[in-house]
Design a protein around this ligand. Structure first.
Ligand code: AMP
Length: 215
């Protein structure tokens, strides 16, 4: 079986994380979120943890040499032997070039297109269960029973440290400078799917599952 790598592109808050999990279940390959990995690493006590934490808090990109090494380690691991969904990588042209030089797999790109205003609203509304990590949104996706996580029953929720207005503005600006050029880059390479991410969770999931049949 050929190894499949699915790259999710889109602004922070455009639904990559939520839909990436759906796609991972459907294709039976792991969902690798570099943001989630760095959030865990940033909790450590090492100099590297502190460095990563400071980049993230300020909404800046973690240096590519750290990111590239980490992602390639995952891609070649047993866990990713059938492939994986990459959420948050590559994020710059130099990361995309590094990836292409080091990975020989079938690559599919899903681009979640969404305007800045909707992204800001979604990010300011999002919070997650501190126990299992399930993500909710106070405007559009609350737990079925208010205050209780649907997945694990916990009653403790948190918001991300970098989900404040000022940091979001910086992340959006950085995305436009560094990540948006990847849309054209991958459009020219084939196996590129554009998703209108403005719909409801259920509508976008339907579209993602339709695309999954072609992967
Ligand atoms: P995310 O959860 O994808 O929004 O990522 C959160 C933060 O993790 C970003 O703002 C960056 O500081 C860092 N990060 C995640 N992926 C990358 C990457 N590919 N390159 C550099 N920094 C990254």
């Amino acid at each position: 079986m050929t190894k499949k790598i699915v790259i999710l592109l889109g602004l922070p808050g455009s639904g990559k994380g939520t839909q990436g999990s759906v796609l991972a279940d459907e294709l039976k390959i792991p969902h690798i979120s570099t943001g989630d990995i760095f959030r865990k690493v940033s909790l450590g006590e090492s100099d590297e943890s502190r460095l990563i934490s400071s980049y993230m808090r300020e909404g800046k990109l973690v240096p590519s040499d750290l990111v590239n090494q980490l992602v390639i380690k995952y891609i070649v691991s047993e866990e990713c032997s059938a492939g994986c969904i990459l959420d948050g990588y590559p994020r710059t042209l130099s990361q995309a070039e590094y990836f292409i030089e080091h990975v020989d797999s079938d690559v599919y790109v899903l681009f979640f297109e969404l305007g800045d205003d909707e992204v800001i609203k979604r990010i300011l509304g999002r919070y997650n269960c501190s126990s299992c990590g399930k993500v909710y949104n106070k405007y559009s996706y609350r737990p079925k029973k208010e205050g209780i996580c649907d997945s694990c029953g916990s009653n403790h929720f948190v918001s991300r440290e970098d989900d404040d207005e000022e940091t979001i503005a910086r992340r959006i600006e950085l995305y436009k400078e560094e990540t948006l050029p990847l849309v054209q880059y991958y459009k020219n390479k084939g196996s590129f799917f554009l998703i209108d991410a403005a719909g409801s969770r259920a509508e976008v999931t339907k579209e993602v599952l339709r695309i999954a049949k072609r992967i």
